[in-house]
Design a protein around this ligand. Structure first.
Ligand SMILES: Nc1nc(=O)c2c([nH]1)NC[C@@H]1CN(c3ccc(C(=O)N[C@@H](CCC(=O)O)C(=O)O)cc3)C=[N+]21
Length: 287
């Protein structure tokens, strides 16, 4: 069996075209949706992602503001910038690129971002709202994964969903979203005793661990949908996912590639959240 490919670039382009229409409607009312991105330090991968985000904003008619700080910056300087952006009525979304250098307490930084501008959906209040089934901003990567599952009409009600990885930014919110759609959800992690036992039961398998090609075809149920969130750079410079694509695609029904899968959708959903923030702030300026 050869799996169907879920094309993240094509799907992201569809999302962007809808967003461009909505951005145009806001502009006609005198509002230019704007995203502020804060980058601290000179991590090469982070610089690439931030560049991709800014380019995607431009394609969609969203204004982007970019603030860079040296890796040894005093956190107080970054807090002051976030505070300024929180109060700037022309900024609708604020994103602080992670990971932050070690002098930062990441959670404290994320909690400083105004909840109504938290387009990453990482603020404790936004995670709490999602956990209660009343999401305001859905974290971009899991949000993009849900769109990818919808694009192939994956049936989620009663499905066995297995997530490998328990991070706050992917694994946990992913579990909440799949749960809300009626999946029976299992979260596996580094202490899971028999990983393959769990993954082989999955109708929907989400790999988000950050270990190159660790999920192989033998660990996958025939006919499963496999979503590869991992982005790993191999010594030869090539990117690969957490899933061994060659063996997995012989077994599963549908699979996302790396690159060109979840990554581009993550950025598209960041733009979607920014537009939603701008639309909400336009409707309720004091919200
Ligand atoms: N506050 C915050 N929000 C994030 O959403 C966030 C973050 N911090 N820190 C890092 C991770 C990672 N992330 C990616 C986004 C796009 C691609 C992407 O476009 N990937 C391309 C390849 C890019 C390349 O060539 O390296 C692809 O998969 O096709 C990858 C990774 C967002 N993150």
């Amino acid at each position: 069996m050869t799996a169907r490919l879920i094309d993240g670039h094509a799907l992201a382009a569809t999302v962007r075209s809808d967003l461009a229409t909505r951005a145009g409607a806001l502009k006609a009312r005198g509002i230019t949706p704007a995203l502020a991105v804060i980058l601290v330090g000179d991590d090469a991968a982070s610089a690439v992602y931030v560049r991709n985000k800014i380019a995607a904003c431009e394609k969609t008619g969203i204004r982007s503001l970019h603030f860079s700080f040296a890796g040894d910056v005093d956190p107080a300087v970054v807090f002051a910038k976030i505070d300024e952006l929180n109060r700037d009525a022309e900024v609708h979304g604020i994103l602080v690129q992670l990971p932050l250098p070690k002098q930062f307490e990441t959670d404290a930084v994320l909690e400083t971002i105004a909840v109504e501008k938290d387009v990453d959906g990482f603020h404790a209040q936004n995670i709490g709202a999602l956990a209660q089934g009343k999401p305001r901003f859905i974290p971009c990567t899991p949000y993009g994964v849900m769109k990818m599952l919808a694009s192939i009409n994956a049936s989620l009600e009663g499905a066995e969903a297995v997530i490998v990885g328990r991070s706050n930014i992917v694994g946990k919110p992913m579990a909440l979203l799949l749960l809300a759609q009626g999946c029976t959800v299992t979260i596996c992690h580094s202490q899971t005793r028999d990983l393959a036992f769990h993954t082989r039961r999955a109708d929907i398998l989400i790999a988000a661990v950050g270990r190159p090609k660790m999920i192989t075809g033998g660990m996958i149920k025939p006919g499963a949908v496999v979503i590869d969130v991992g982005i790993n750079r191999l010594p030869d410079g090539k990117l690969c996912g957490d899933v061994d694509f060659a063996s997995a695609s012989e077994v599963c029904a549908a699979i996302t590639p790396v690159p060109g899968g979840v990554g581009p959708m993550t950025i598209a959903m960041l733009l979607a959240n920014t537009l939603e923030a701008a639309e909400r702030l336009a409707l309720h300026p004091s919200f």
